[in-house]
Design a protein around this ligand. Structure first.
Ligand SMILES: CC(=O)N[C@H]1[C@@H](OP(=O)(O)OP(=O)(O)OC[C@H]2O[C@@H](n3ccc(=O)[nH]c3=O)[C@H](O)[C@@H]2O)O[C@H](CO)[C@@H](O)[C@@H]1O
Ligand SMILES: C=C(OP(=O)(O)O)C(=O)O
Length: 434
Protein backbone atom coordinates (compact mmCIF):
# COMPACT_ATOMS: atom_id res chain seq x y z
CA UNK A 1 0.00 0.00 0.00
CA UNK A 2 1.56 3.32 -1.04
CA UNK A 3 1.05 6.67 0.62
CA UNK A 4 0.96 10.35 -0.30
CA UNK A 5 2.35 12.86 2.14
CA UNK A 6 0.85 16.25 1.46
CA UNK A 7 1.95 19.59 2.80
CA UNK A 8 -1.18 21.62 2.31
CA UNK A 9 -2.31 25.18 2.60
CA UNK A 10 -0.56 26.52 -0.51
CA UNK A 11 -2.24 28.19 -3.45
CA UNK A 12 -1.59 26.57 -6.80
CA UNK A 13 -1.13 28.30 -10.10
CA UNK A 14 -0.67 27.37 -13.73
CA UNK A 15 -2.02 25.25 -16.52
CA UNK A 16 -2.92 21.57 -16.52
CA UNK A 17 -4.23 19.29 -19.26
CA UNK A 18 -6.59 16.38 -18.59
CA UNK A 19 -5.54 12.85 -19.50
CA UNK A 20 -7.59 10.70 -21.86
CA UNK A 21 -10.85 9.45 -20.35
CA UNK A 22 -10.46 6.30 -18.24
CA UNK A 23 -14.00 5.06 -18.76
CA UNK A 24 -13.90 5.59 -22.52
CA UNK A 25 -10.52 3.86 -22.71
CA UNK A 26 -11.92 0.76 -20.99
CA UNK A 27 -14.74 0.54 -23.55
CA UNK A 28 -12.77 1.17 -26.74
CA UNK A 29 -9.89 -1.11 -25.75
CA UNK A 30 -12.40 -3.94 -25.30
CA UNK A 31 -13.84 -3.12 -28.75
CA UNK A 32 -10.49 -4.01 -30.35
CA UNK A 33 -11.50 -7.65 -29.73
CA UNK A 34 -14.20 -7.31 -32.40
CA UNK A 35 -11.85 -7.44 -35.39
CA UNK A 36 -8.85 -9.42 -36.61
CA UNK A 37 -7.39 -6.23 -38.11
CA UNK A 38 -5.16 -3.52 -36.62
CA UNK A 39 -6.77 -0.93 -34.34
CA UNK A 40 -4.83 2.18 -33.27
CA UNK A 41 -5.97 4.08 -30.20
CA UNK A 42 -4.54 7.43 -29.15
CA UNK A 43 -4.71 9.40 -25.89
CA UNK A 44 -4.91 6.27 -23.75
CA UNK A 45 -4.40 7.25 -20.10
CA UNK A 46 -1.58 5.13 -18.68
CA UNK A 47 -3.29 4.46 -15.37
CA UNK A 48 -3.60 1.29 -13.31
CA UNK A 49 -7.04 0.15 -14.52
CA UNK A 50 -6.29 0.73 -18.19
CA UNK A 51 -2.84 -0.89 -18.07
CA UNK A 52 -4.41 -3.90 -16.32
CA UNK A 53 -7.00 -4.22 -19.07
CA UNK A 54 -4.27 -4.06 -21.73
CA UNK A 55 -2.43 -6.78 -19.79
CA UNK A 56 -5.55 -8.99 -19.80
CA UNK A 57 -5.96 -8.51 -23.55
CA UNK A 58 -2.29 -9.32 -24.08
CA UNK A 59 -2.62 -12.57 -22.11
CA UNK A 60 -5.74 -13.37 -24.12
CA UNK A 61 -3.57 -13.33 -27.25
CA UNK A 62 -4.14 -9.78 -28.47
CA UNK A 63 -0.97 -8.32 -29.89
CA UNK A 64 -0.53 -5.01 -28.11
CA UNK A 65 2.17 -2.51 -28.96
CA UNK A 66 2.89 0.82 -27.25
CA UNK A 67 3.85 2.98 -30.23
CA UNK A 68 4.42 6.07 -28.10
CA UNK A 69 3.06 7.42 -24.84
CA UNK A 70 -0.72 7.01 -24.96
CA UNK A 71 -0.76 5.50 -28.47
CA UNK A 72 -1.24 1.76 -28.80
CA UNK A 73 -1.76 -0.76 -31.57
CA UNK A 74 -4.05 -3.73 -30.92
CA UNK A 75 -4.43 -6.77 -33.11
CA UNK A 76 -6.85 -9.48 -31.99
CA UNK A 77 -6.37 -11.86 -34.94
CA UNK A 78 -5.34 -14.68 -32.64
CA UNK A 79 -7.19 -15.22 -29.42
CA UNK A 80 -6.43 -17.82 -26.80
CA UNK A 81 -9.91 -18.22 -25.37
CA UNK A 82 -8.65 -20.88 -22.94
CA UNK A 83 -6.94 -18.11 -20.98
CA UNK A 84 -10.42 -17.26 -19.74
CA UNK A 85 -10.40 -20.50 -17.76
CA UNK A 86 -7.22 -19.72 -15.85
CA UNK A 87 -6.79 -18.59 -12.25
CA UNK A 88 -4.61 -15.73 -13.47
CA UNK A 89 -7.46 -14.38 -15.61
CA UNK A 90 -9.90 -14.73 -12.71
CA UNK A 91 -7.64 -12.68 -10.46
CA UNK A 92 -6.85 -10.02 -13.03
CA UNK A 93 -10.41 -9.60 -14.28
CA UNK A 94 -11.88 -9.49 -10.77
CA UNK A 95 -9.64 -6.56 -9.93
CA UNK A 96 -11.24 -4.09 -12.31
CA UNK A 97 -14.78 -3.28 -13.26
CA UNK A 98 -14.06 -2.45 -16.89
CA UNK A 99 -12.96 -6.02 -17.64
CA UNK A 100 -16.61 -7.03 -17.90
CA UNK A 101 -16.71 -5.37 -21.31
CA UNK A 102 -14.55 -8.05 -22.88
CA UNK A 103 -17.57 -10.37 -22.67
CA UNK A 104 -19.73 -8.69 -25.34
CA UNK A 105 -17.02 -8.71 -28.03
CA UNK A 106 -15.91 -12.27 -27.21
CA UNK A 107 -19.48 -13.51 -27.34
CA UNK A 108 -19.96 -11.76 -30.69
CA UNK A 109 -16.79 -13.12 -32.25
CA UNK A 110 -16.20 -16.46 -30.58
CA UNK A 111 -19.62 -17.39 -29.24
CA UNK A 112 -18.62 -17.52 -25.58
CA UNK A 113 -17.23 -15.59 -22.68
CA UNK A 114 -16.51 -16.05 -18.97
CA UNK A 115 -15.97 -13.48 -16.30
CA UNK A 116 -15.62 -13.48 -12.53
CA UNK A 117 -17.78 -11.07 -10.56
CA UNK A 118 -16.17 -7.78 -11.57
CA UNK A 119 -14.22 -5.71 -9.10
CA UNK A 120 -13.67 -1.97 -8.99
CA UNK A 121 -14.53 0.34 -6.17
CA UNK A 122 -16.24 -0.67 -2.96
CA UNK A 123 -19.07 1.80 -3.36
CA UNK A 124 -22.10 -0.40 -2.76
CA UNK A 125 -23.94 -3.11 -4.66
CA UNK A 126 -23.02 -3.10 -8.32
CA UNK A 127 -25.22 -5.45 -10.23
CA UNK A 128 -24.51 -6.62 -13.76
CA UNK A 129 -27.97 -8.00 -14.56
CA UNK A 130 -28.52 -5.50 -17.38
CA UNK A 131 -25.53 -6.92 -19.27
CA UNK A 132 -26.63 -10.53 -19.10
CA UNK A 133 -30.36 -9.91 -19.64
CA UNK A 134 -29.34 -8.05 -22.81
CA UNK A 135 -27.16 -10.93 -24.03
CA UNK A 136 -29.99 -13.37 -23.29
CA UNK A 137 -32.37 -11.24 -25.35
CA UNK A 138 -29.91 -11.62 -28.22
CA UNK A 139 -30.25 -15.39 -27.83
CA UNK A 140 -27.29 -16.22 -25.59
CA UNK A 141 -27.35 -18.79 -22.79
CA UNK A 142 -26.33 -17.50 -19.37
CA UNK A 143 -25.05 -19.45 -16.38
CA UNK A 144 -24.01 -18.23 -12.97
CA UNK A 145 -21.80 -20.25 -10.69
CA UNK A 146 -22.89 -18.79 -7.35
CA UNK A 147 -20.21 -20.62 -5.34
CA UNK A 148 -17.34 -19.16 -7.30
CA UNK A 149 -19.05 -15.92 -8.42
CA UNK A 150 -18.40 -16.79 -12.02
CA UNK A 151 -20.56 -15.76 -15.00
CA UNK A 152 -20.55 -17.61 -18.31
CA UNK A 153 -22.36 -16.83 -21.50
CA UNK A 154 -22.53 -18.62 -24.84
CA UNK A 155 -24.35 -18.41 -28.16
CA UNK A 156 -24.10 -20.20 -31.50
CA UNK A 157 -25.31 -17.13 -33.32
CA UNK A 158 -27.00 -14.09 -31.83
CA UNK A 159 -30.11 -12.58 -33.38
CA UNK A 160 -31.05 -8.92 -33.29
CA UNK A 161 -34.12 -7.98 -31.28
CA UNK A 162 -35.83 -5.11 -29.46
CA UNK A 163 -34.89 -4.56 -25.85
CA UNK A 164 -35.78 -2.02 -23.19
CA UNK A 165 -32.99 -1.96 -20.62
CA UNK A 166 -34.08 -2.08 -16.98
CA UNK A 167 -31.60 0.72 -16.27
CA UNK A 168 -29.37 2.91 -18.41
CA UNK A 169 -26.21 1.04 -17.41
CA UNK A 170 -23.06 2.52 -18.94
CA UNK A 171 -20.93 -0.62 -19.22
CA UNK A 172 -24.10 -2.69 -19.80
CA UNK A 173 -25.02 -0.64 -22.86
CA UNK A 174 -21.43 -0.83 -24.16
CA UNK A 175 -21.34 -4.60 -23.72
CA UNK A 176 -24.69 -5.24 -25.42
CA UNK A 177 -23.84 -2.82 -28.24
CA UNK A 178 -20.56 -4.64 -28.90
CA UNK A 179 -22.42 -7.97 -28.99
CA UNK A 180 -25.15 -6.60 -31.27
CA UNK A 181 -22.87 -5.22 -34.00
CA UNK A 182 -22.06 -8.77 -35.11
CA UNK A 183 -25.53 -10.29 -34.49
CA UNK A 184 -27.90 -11.25 -37.32
CA UNK A 185 -30.47 -8.57 -38.14
CA UNK A 186 -31.53 -5.44 -36.29
CA UNK A 187 -31.13 -4.77 -32.57
CA UNK A 188 -32.90 -1.87 -30.92
CA UNK A 189 -31.67 -0.82 -27.47
CA UNK A 190 -34.05 1.55 -25.67
CA UNK A 191 -33.08 3.24 -22.37
CA UNK A 192 -29.49 2.96 -23.55
CA UNK A 193 -26.90 4.96 -21.61
CA UNK A 194 -25.64 7.76 -23.84
CA UNK A 195 -22.66 9.44 -22.19
CA UNK A 196 -19.78 10.68 -24.32
CA UNK A 197 -17.99 7.36 -23.63
CA UNK A 198 -20.76 5.49 -25.41
CA UNK A 199 -20.95 8.02 -28.20
CA UNK A 200 -17.22 7.58 -28.73
CA UNK A 201 -17.51 3.78 -28.66
CA UNK A 202 -20.35 3.96 -31.18
CA UNK A 203 -18.34 6.24 -33.48
CA UNK A 204 -15.39 3.89 -33.28
CA UNK A 205 -17.62 0.90 -34.13
CA UNK A 206 -19.04 2.83 -37.10
CA UNK A 207 -15.46 3.52 -38.27
CA UNK A 208 -14.92 -0.26 -38.06
CA UNK A 209 -17.92 -0.83 -40.36
CA UNK A 210 -20.78 -1.21 -37.87
CA UNK A 211 -24.17 0.30 -38.66
CA UNK A 212 -25.50 2.23 -35.68
CA UNK A 213 -28.05 5.03 -35.60
CA UNK A 214 -29.29 7.08 -32.65
CA UNK A 215 -25.77 7.78 -31.35
CA UNK A 216 -26.00 10.23 -28.44
CA UNK A 217 -29.61 9.29 -27.68
CA UNK A 218 -31.12 6.58 -25.48
CA UNK A 219 -32.44 4.70 -28.52
CA UNK A 220 -29.75 2.86 -30.44
CA UNK A 221 -30.56 0.90 -33.58
CA UNK A 222 -27.90 -1.53 -34.74
CA UNK A 223 -27.90 -3.31 -38.09
CA UNK A 224 -25.73 -6.40 -37.58
CA UNK A 225 -22.81 -7.03 -39.95
CA UNK A 226 -20.77 -10.16 -40.58
CA UNK A 227 -17.35 -8.67 -39.81
CA UNK A 228 -15.60 -5.49 -38.74
CA UNK A 229 -12.38 -3.92 -39.96
CA UNK A 230 -9.57 -2.05 -38.21
CA UNK A 231 -9.62 1.69 -37.47
CA UNK A 232 -7.91 4.56 -35.67
CA UNK A 233 -9.54 6.19 -32.70
CA UNK A 234 -8.70 9.06 -30.33
CA UNK A 235 -10.00 9.12 -26.75
CA UNK A 236 -11.64 12.29 -25.39
CA UNK A 237 -10.27 14.27 -22.45
CA UNK A 238 -11.36 12.81 -19.11
CA UNK A 239 -14.35 14.83 -17.93
CA UNK A 240 -13.96 13.51 -14.39
CA UNK A 241 -10.39 14.81 -14.30
CA UNK A 242 -11.60 18.17 -15.63
CA UNK A 243 -14.19 18.34 -12.84
CA UNK A 244 -11.62 17.25 -10.25
CA UNK A 245 -9.29 20.08 -11.34
CA UNK A 246 -12.11 22.66 -11.14
CA UNK A 247 -12.76 21.44 -7.59
CA UNK A 248 -9.06 21.53 -6.73
CA UNK A 249 -8.72 25.14 -7.92
CA UNK A 250 -11.74 26.27 -5.92
CA UNK A 251 -10.83 24.47 -2.72
CA UNK A 252 -7.23 25.76 -2.71
CA UNK A 253 -8.28 29.30 -3.77
CA UNK A 254 -6.06 28.98 -6.83
CA UNK A 255 -6.05 30.26 -10.39
CA UNK A 256 -5.83 27.30 -12.72
CA UNK A 257 -6.31 26.98 -16.46
CA UNK A 258 -7.47 23.56 -17.62
CA UNK A 259 -6.41 23.14 -21.22
CA UNK A 260 -8.10 21.22 -24.02
CA UNK A 261 -11.05 20.03 -21.97
CA UNK A 262 -13.33 18.91 -24.82
CA UNK A 263 -15.94 21.44 -23.72
CA UNK A 264 -18.73 20.18 -25.94
CA UNK A 265 -18.53 16.79 -24.18
CA UNK A 266 -18.64 18.08 -20.59
CA UNK A 267 -22.42 18.38 -20.45
CA UNK A 268 -23.72 19.91 -17.24
CA UNK A 269 -20.41 19.69 -15.32
CA UNK A 270 -19.15 23.33 -15.65
CA UNK A 271 -22.64 24.74 -14.97
CA UNK A 272 -22.95 22.59 -11.84
CA UNK A 273 -19.70 23.99 -10.43
CA UNK A 274 -20.95 27.49 -11.26
CA UNK A 275 -24.02 26.78 -9.12
CA UNK A 276 -21.63 26.31 -6.21
CA UNK A 277 -20.49 29.86 -6.96
CA UNK A 278 -17.21 28.91 -8.61
CA UNK A 279 -15.96 31.20 -11.34
CA UNK A 280 -15.41 28.85 -14.29
CA UNK A 281 -14.71 30.81 -17.47
CA UNK A 282 -14.66 29.31 -20.88
CA UNK A 283 -11.87 30.36 -23.28
CA UNK A 284 -11.98 28.39 -26.52
CA UNK A 285 -11.44 24.80 -25.41
CA UNK A 286 -9.93 25.81 -22.07
CA UNK A 287 -11.57 26.41 -18.72
CA UNK A 288 -10.15 29.09 -16.47
CA UNK A 289 -10.96 28.83 -12.78
CA UNK A 290 -10.09 32.03 -10.88
CA UNK A 291 -11.13 34.44 -8.13
CA UNK A 292 -11.97 31.47 -5.93
CA UNK A 293 -11.14 33.10 -2.57
CA UNK A 294 -14.87 33.12 -1.81
CA UNK A 295 -17.67 31.34 -3.60
CA UNK A 296 -21.29 31.23 -2.65
CA UNK A 297 -23.66 28.33 -3.22
CA UNK A 298 -26.79 29.15 -5.18
CA UNK A 299 -30.21 28.36 -3.79
CA UNK A 300 -33.35 27.43 -5.67
CA UNK A 301 -35.58 30.23 -7.01
CA UNK A 302 -37.82 29.93 -3.96
CA UNK A 303 -34.82 30.34 -1.65
CA UNK A 304 -34.68 26.70 -0.56
CA UNK A 305 -31.40 24.77 -0.21
CA UNK A 306 -30.07 23.42 -3.48
CA UNK A 307 -29.45 19.71 -4.14
CA UNK A 308 -26.58 18.44 -6.27
CA UNK A 309 -27.62 14.96 -7.40
CA UNK A 310 -26.34 12.44 -9.93
CA UNK A 311 -28.43 11.18 -12.83
CA UNK A 312 -27.83 9.16 -16.00
CA UNK A 313 -26.31 11.27 -18.79
CA UNK A 314 -27.01 14.08 -19.67
CA UNK A 315 -27.48 14.40 -15.91
CA UNK A 316 -24.55 14.90 -13.57
CA UNK A 317 -22.11 12.00 -13.37
CA UNK A 318 -22.00 10.21 -9.97
CA UNK A 319 -18.22 10.08 -10.29
CA UNK A 320 -17.91 13.78 -9.46
CA UNK A 321 -20.18 14.01 -6.43
CA UNK A 322 -17.31 13.39 -3.97
CA UNK A 323 -15.52 16.38 -5.51
CA UNK A 324 -18.64 18.58 -5.34
CA UNK A 325 -19.01 17.60 -1.71
CA UNK A 326 -15.48 18.51 -0.71
CA UNK A 327 -15.61 21.82 -2.59
CA UNK A 328 -18.85 22.78 -0.82
CA UNK A 329 -17.12 22.54 2.57
CA UNK A 330 -15.35 25.88 1.94
CA UNK A 331 -18.20 27.61 0.12
CA UNK A 332 -20.57 30.13 1.63
CA UNK A 333 -23.98 28.54 2.10
CA UNK A 334 -25.36 25.03 2.28
CA UNK A 335 -26.09 22.26 -0.20
CA UNK A 336 -27.50 18.75 -0.11
CA UNK A 337 -25.37 16.22 -1.94
CA UNK A 338 -27.54 13.32 -3.08
CA UNK A 339 -25.66 10.31 -4.46
CA UNK A 340 -28.59 8.39 -5.89
CA UNK A 341 -26.80 5.66 -7.79
CA UNK A 342 -24.34 4.20 -5.30
CA UNK A 343 -25.06 3.16 -1.74
CA UNK A 344 -21.69 3.45 -0.02
CA UNK A 345 -19.93 6.29 -1.70
CA UNK A 346 -20.40 9.02 0.90
CA UNK A 347 -18.92 7.36 3.98
CA UNK A 348 -15.60 9.13 3.40
CA UNK A 349 -17.21 12.29 4.79
CA UNK A 350 -16.20 11.06 8.27
CA UNK A 351 -12.64 12.04 7.37
CA UNK A 352 -13.72 15.49 6.23
CA UNK A 353 -15.63 15.91 9.50
CA UNK A 354 -12.44 14.97 11.40
CA UNK A 355 -10.71 17.71 9.40
CA UNK A 356 -13.24 20.27 10.63
CA UNK A 357 -15.77 20.29 7.77
CA UNK A 358 -19.41 20.79 8.70
CA UNK A 359 -21.27 17.89 7.17
CA UNK A 360 -24.29 15.89 8.28
CA UNK A 361 -24.49 12.44 6.73
CA UNK A 362 -28.28 12.13 6.56
CA UNK A 363 -28.22 8.54 5.27
CA UNK A 364 -25.89 6.53 2.98
CA UNK A 365 -27.08 8.47 -0.05
CA UNK A 366 -27.34 12.03 1.24
CA UNK A 367 -25.07 14.50 2.99
CA UNK A 368 -25.79 18.10 3.90
CA UNK A 369 -22.76 20.37 3.71
CA UNK A 370 -22.70 23.66 5.60
CA UNK A 371 -19.93 25.68 4.00
CA UNK A 372 -17.26 27.30 6.17
CA UNK A 373 -16.68 30.24 3.81
CA UNK A 374 -12.97 29.87 4.72
CA UNK A 375 -13.61 31.14 8.27
CA UNK A 376 -11.19 28.40 9.17
CA UNK A 377 -9.33 25.97 6.96
CA UNK A 378 -9.49 22.20 7.24
CA UNK A 379 -7.07 20.48 9.64
CA UNK A 380 -4.36 18.23 8.24
CA UNK A 381 -4.85 14.56 9.10
CA UNK A 382 -4.03 10.93 8.37
CA UNK A 383 -6.47 9.06 6.13
CA UNK A 384 -6.99 6.13 3.76
CA UNK A 385 -8.50 6.35 0.31
CA UNK A 386 -11.59 4.10 0.14
CA UNK A 387 -12.28 4.53 -3.60
CA UNK A 388 -10.95 6.38 -6.60
CA UNK A 389 -13.18 9.48 -6.38
CA UNK A 390 -13.23 9.75 -2.57
CA UNK A 391 -9.46 9.45 -2.94
CA UNK A 392 -9.16 12.50 -5.18
CA UNK A 393 -11.62 14.40 -2.95
CA UNK A 394 -9.45 13.64 0.11
CA UNK A 395 -6.35 14.71 -1.81
CA UNK A 396 -8.06 18.03 -2.64
CA UNK A 397 -9.04 18.42 1.02
CA UNK A 398 -5.45 17.69 2.14
CA UNK A 399 -4.04 20.23 -0.33
CA UNK A 400 -6.29 22.89 1.16
CA UNK A 401 -5.56 21.96 4.80
CA UNK A 402 -2.62 23.71 6.49
CA UNK A 403 0.07 21.26 7.60
CA UNK A 404 1.04 17.68 6.77
CA UNK A 405 -1.59 15.11 5.83
CA UNK A 406 -1.09 11.54 4.71
CA UNK A 407 -3.31 9.48 2.43
CA UNK A 408 -2.79 5.71 2.40
CA UNK A 409 -3.98 3.26 -0.25
CA UNK A 410 -3.28 5.75 -3.03
CA UNK A 411 -3.41 2.84 -5.50
CA UNK A 412 -7.11 3.76 -5.55
CA UNK A 413 -6.22 7.22 -6.86
CA UNK A 414 -3.66 5.79 -9.31
CA UNK A 415 -6.43 3.62 -10.78
CA UNK A 416 -7.85 6.69 -12.47
CA UNK A 417 -5.42 9.63 -12.32
CA UNK A 418 -2.15 9.44 -14.22
CA UNK A 419 0.94 10.62 -12.38
CA UNK A 420 -1.24 12.90 -10.29
CA UNK A 421 1.45 13.83 -7.75
CA UNK A 422 3.92 15.11 -10.38
CA UNK A 423 1.20 16.90 -12.35
CA UNK A 424 -0.16 18.71 -9.30
CA UNK A 425 3.36 19.45 -8.02
CA UNK A 426 4.01 21.27 -11.28
CA UNK A 427 1.20 23.64 -10.22
CA UNK A 428 2.91 24.25 -6.87
CA UNK A 429 1.44 21.42 -4.79
CA UNK A 430 3.71 19.64 -2.30
CA UNK A 431 2.90 15.94 -2.60
CA UNK A 432 5.46 13.24 -1.85
CA UNK A 433 4.90 9.61 -2.79
CA UNK A 434 6.22 7.37 -0.02
C1 LIG B 1 -15.87 1.43 -15.92
C2 LIG B 1 -16.96 2.43 -15.96
O1 LIG B 1 -17.30 2.95 -17.00
N1 LIG B 1 -17.51 2.74 -14.80
C3 LIG B 1 -18.57 3.74 -14.73
C4 LIG B 1 -19.88 3.08 -15.09
O2 LIG B 1 -20.04 1.98 -14.20
P1 LIG B 1 -21.17 0.87 -14.47
O3 LIG B 1 -21.43 0.72 -15.92
O4 LIG B 1 -20.76 -0.29 -13.68
O5 LIG B 1 -22.41 1.56 -13.81
P2 LIG B 1 -23.95 1.44 -14.24
O6 LIG B 1 -24.24 2.51 -15.24
O7 LIG B 1 -24.25 0.04 -14.59
O8 LIG B 1 -24.68 1.77 -12.88
C5 LIG B 1 -24.11 2.50 -11.84
C6 LIG B 1 -25.06 2.49 -10.66
O9 LIG B 1 -26.13 3.33 -10.91
C7 LIG B 1 -27.36 2.64 -10.79
N2 LIG B 1 -28.21 3.17 -11.85
C8 LIG B 1 -27.78 3.16 -13.13
C9 LIG B 1 -28.59 3.64 -14.14
C10 LIG B 1 -29.84 4.13 -13.80
O10 LIG B 1 -30.60 4.55 -14.67
N3 LIG B 1 -30.22 4.14 -12.51
C11 LIG B 1 -29.42 3.67 -11.52
O11 LIG B 1 -29.80 3.69 -10.35
C12 LIG B 1 -27.00 1.18 -10.95
O12 LIG B 1 -27.93 0.35 -10.28
C13 LIG B 1 -25.62 1.13 -10.33
O13 LIG B 1 -25.68 0.99 -8.95
O14 LIG B 1 -20.93 4.02 -14.96
C14 LIG B 1 -21.11 4.53 -13.63
C15 LIG B 1 -22.33 5.44 -13.66
O15 LIG B 1 -22.08 6.57 -14.42
C16 LIG B 1 -19.83 5.22 -13.17
O16 LIG B 1 -19.97 5.58 -11.81
C17 LIG B 1 -18.62 4.33 -13.34
O17 LIG B 1 -17.45 5.10 -13.15
C1 LIG C 1 -16.48 3.98 -10.09
C2 LIG C 1 -15.53 4.20 -10.99
O1 LIG C 1 -14.86 3.25 -11.65
P1 LIG C 1 -15.22 1.68 -11.80
O2 LIG C 1 -16.59 1.62 -12.39
O3 LIG C 1 -14.18 1.18 -12.74
O4 LIG C 1 -15.14 1.09 -10.43
C3 LIG C 1 -15.09 5.56 -11.32
O5 LIG C 1 -14.38 5.73 -12.33
O6 LIG C 1 -15.43 6.52 -10.59
Amino acid sequence: MSTFQIEGGYKLNGTIEPQGAKNEALQVICATLLTNQDVYIENIPEIRDVLKLIEILGKLGVQTERIEKGKYLFNASEINIDFLKTKEYAELAASLRGSIMIIGPLLARFGRGFIPQPGGDKIGRRRVDTHFIGFQKLGAKFEFDADNHWFSISAEKMKGTYMLLDEASVTGTANILMAAVLADGTTTIYNAACEPYLQQLSKMLVAMGAKITGIGSNLLVIEGTSGLKGCSHRILPDMIEVGSFIGLAAMTASNITIKNVGLEHLGIIPASFRRLGINVEQKKDNLVVKDTEHYEIDSYIDGSIMTIADAPWPGLTPDLLSVFLVVATQAKGSVLIHQKMFESRLFFVDKLIDMGAQIILCDPHRATVIGLDRKHCLRATNMTSPDIRAGIALLIAALSAKGKSTIHNIEQIDRGYENIDARLNSLGAKITRL
